[in-house]
Design a protein. Structure first.
Length: 376
């Protein structure tokens, strides 16, 4: 596994061969299919159609719609028989029960539709976050490959020093372990990147192993990045599906208790009323949890701009250090490995700046979705 890093000359020759092949494609390759490159916006849109969660929710919506239609038809038939068939055994209370069943089915259908409405932007957010993770994964792999070159150079130098007695065998082994650990890290990065690309293929409805590209840098476009905290909190509480469901359960319980009391079924009313404190506690806890989520999301978003500024400052500092190190190399007071380390620092800082920019978008999008009742 380590042989591919043993010769920089071999790597250079391999790269040259790849460049020549790219410049002079094989016969028949010129008119071959081009790899599809997806934009940031496209990924979000396509994912909303192909996500497994969306497909499953579509089934739930369809089933809820069919149940609503069935309950309505059954209720209408029974109402017709009640008023038009003298021999009908249908009672008024059974009609009320059928009406409630229909209203429950209709409410379930509306809930399923609302869940679908909220699920689509959530899926788009997840797919676009994955898009950015893949771009950053490619950058991290490039940085790690540069680090491997640096550590391989240190190892080669350490072997020479060891041969001349300037390094102990223990020191040589330590340098070798660092190089090998870097190789393992690269393998792990590539494994993670492959998993991310496989996940993206699912969003894009591509065959296993199908090649695709992502525009880099991504065209994110304009987005809302200024929020009124009170308005965010109010909208989140108003639009939360979980909070609405908890409130619905409390309200339905109260309605059922009142109905049983009207019908003289006090024991049944008392039995239901006994569960009221649990329902009310669940409502309270759901509300408190949502409030904490909103507060944390806003707090996290508030720190993203300063993180971007710090990342920019770190990049400027690393660029200055690289220029100084290169100047020292020309003066003979710095080494090539020092330059490689400085180059890695610049690449890492550039990656951090990109991540800080991405985080600003993702954080703002998270707040916007939260206002609409969507948790990501």
């Amino acid at each position: 596994m380590r042989d591919k890093y043993k010769s920089n000359k071999a790597v250079s020759l391999a790269l040259l061969a790849v460049m020549l092949l790219a410049a002079f494609p094989a016969e028949g390759a010129v008119n071959g299919p081009k790899m599809k490159v997806y934009s940031f916006e496209e990924v979000g849109e396509i994912a909303q159609l192909n996500s497994g969660d969306v497909i499953r929710q579509k089934v739930s919506v369809k089933q809820a719609e069919q149940n609503k239609t069935s309950q309505l038809s059954n209720y209408q038939d029974q109402v017709y028989n009640y008023y038009n068939d003298p021999d009908s055994t249908i009672t008024e209370s059974s009609l009320y029960s059928l009406q409630e069943s229909y209203e429950d089915a209709r409410a379930d259908y509306l809930d399923a539709e609302k869940t679908m409405e909220n699920l689509k932007p959530k899926v788009a957010y997840q797919a676009q976050k994955l898009y950015l993770d893949i771009l950053q994964g490619e950058r991290q792999i490039g940085i790690q490959e540069l680090e491997i070159q640096r550590l391989k150079g240190e190892y080669d130098l350490a072997r020479i020093k060891t041969a001349f007695g300037a390094f102990t065998q223990t020191q040589l082994n330590n340098v070798k372990i660092q190089w090998e650990n870097a190789l393992d890290t690269l393998d792990n990065l590539k494994t993670t990147q492959q998993a991310n690309r496989d996940a993206m293929r699912e969003y894009l409805a591509l065959d296993d192993g199908a090649e695709f590209g992502l525009e880099d840098p991504p065209s994110i476009g304009e987005y809302t990045n200024v929020f009124d905290e009170d308005a965010v909190m109010a909208d989140a509480l108003k639009n939360s599906i979980a909070l609405k469901q908890a409130q619905k359960e409390v309200d339905e319980l109260g309605d059922n208790v009142a109905r049983f009391e009207r019908e003289g079924q006090q024991s049944q009313a008392d039995r239901l009323a006994a569960s009221a404190p649990g329902k009310e506690l669940a409502l309270k806890e759901t509300r408190q949890s949502l409030i904490k989520t909103v507060e944390k999301t806003l707090k996290d978003y508030g720190s993203l701009e300063s993180a971007l500024v710090k990342a920019g400052e770190s990049l400027a500092s690393s660029q200055k250090a690289l220029a100084t190190t290169r100047m020292k190399l020309n003066m003979g007071i710095s080494t090539l490995n020092d330059v490689r380390a400085a180059e890695k620092a610049v690449l890492s800082a550039e990656k951090d700046v990109a991540q800080a920019q991405y985080n600003c978008y993702l954080g703002a999008k998270k707040v916007s979705l939260l206002k609409d009742g969507v948790l990501v």
